[in-house]
Design a protein around this ligand. Sequence first.
Ligand code: ACM
Ligand code: ZN
Length: 548
Amino acid sequence: MRHLLISLLVAAVAVTATAQGNKADYRVVPLPDRIDGIKGADFRLTEQCLVNYPAGDRNMERNAAMLSQYVEEMTGMHLSTRPTVNTKDRTGNISLIIDPKVNGDEAYSILVTPKGVEISGKTAAGVFFGIQALRKSLPVGTAQAINLPAAQLVSNPRFGYRGMHLDCSRHFFSVATVKRYLDIMALHGMNRLHWHLTDDQGWRVEIKKYPRLAEVGGWRNGTTLGHNSPVNDGIRYGGYYTQEEIRDIVRYAADRYITIIPEIDMPGHMLGALAAYPELGCTGGPYEVWGKWGVTDDILCVGKDHTLQFVKDVLDEVMQLFPGEYIHIGGDESPRVRWQECPLCQQRIRDLGIKSEGKKSAEALLQGWFTTQIQDYLAAHGRRIIGWDELLGCDVDPSATIMSWRGAEPGAEGAKLGHDVVMTPVGPLYFDYYQTSSTWNEPTAFGGCNTLEKVYNFEPVAEDLPADKRHHILGAQANLWTEYVTCEPQVQYQVLPRMAALAEVQWIQPEAKDYQDFKTRLTRLVDIYKLYHWTYRAKSLVEEDEEK
Ligand code: ACM
Ligand code: ZN
């Protein structure tokens, strides 16, 4: 009898402990702009709650289904979704609401009262980011009920461009891996995937008019080991995405309010295409898809009209696949030694009357002319170009958006010239760099050291940028080049948890940032990484790296 009593007591204590543990905590990553407590009892979330969405709104229907799925993954509770027209149905439930009064296109507002939960946005995208915030506030683990303290949350992202980049040329990643990368982005409130699809080491997008791009340009005969060691593994390596797969990925991203910006890098980083169609180069080849890393002198010959036609044909198909406004046309690391020697490129320079100007060689200005041809072509189809900061050295039109990678200074210069700019400087936003100064026990990375804290403390808008130029800084993005990243766990390891730090750069106002506070909130985000079996650098949660 005494035994039974003690067992009952222990059980009662255990139940209470679970109930206390099952409380939502709204201090998530990225931190909402405001979390205001409201007088009143907690809302009790149980399986009896429904997820209401406005009847007839397909985006909101999908949002509701995703919220239901997230809650089930996190807690085991299954919430049914229901189309509603009547606000009376809100009592006792979670309701997704389009509300034009919410301030900001991607902003959200969450109202929790004892009677129910309302997630509102001006747009379905805003509601989706609210869903992410609510999801992150729930404790991970099987539960019968979760208490949500009465509160009002609001958040409006600081930047409209909140990006991540993924290089699928140096190593090729499956459709499933790319989709998981999008899932990770969604959890972090990001909205742009810059997808690097072509490069010297492999062409990864099916182009129907030029089938050899994928069939030949998509494969290399081996890969150097390590940092361009003399040893090549001799293993044929490659792959590409069919147009059907790309459409599927673009749709998957759009369902998560992520726009994919494809990059077709030109006129450099083009060996994949040159191997397939050697006539596109100045020398005519033969060329091989590269099995080493770096920058090659072999680039597109822009003296040939055929090359321009080729690029336009490729972009025609790319535009069909990717509905977003931006097409990334690269423009980085294009040596001009072949152009200096090429009679056709030199003839083009003469025909156009191009003369070197100060530090800008005639060949640099030839790249500018080529870029402008492509820019105009895309503009005629309602699209805009984005390119690496080398474009600033080629006199391109200010309507080209610049991606600042060789530091933040080119971006600030570009903004002063009137270019829109996305900040993605090597320090600290190259996530192919190490995450620690103590690299002996780390997977091989490019080099450098971009710690979690460095990422957190990055400020995209230079202090001395004039007030009337600040709006040109559209946002920030981290880049994952994959020379040394061969598999999905390594992809995730390089970006997690640094994406969490970047998310706060992208979402919250600088004065609201606090690294130590972020780290306490990060542990609960990491519970979600664990739930999905994502690989992440656990040491970044505990260590303080001297090299900040
Ligand atoms: C780059 O890292 N070459 C843009
Ligand atoms: Zn040429």
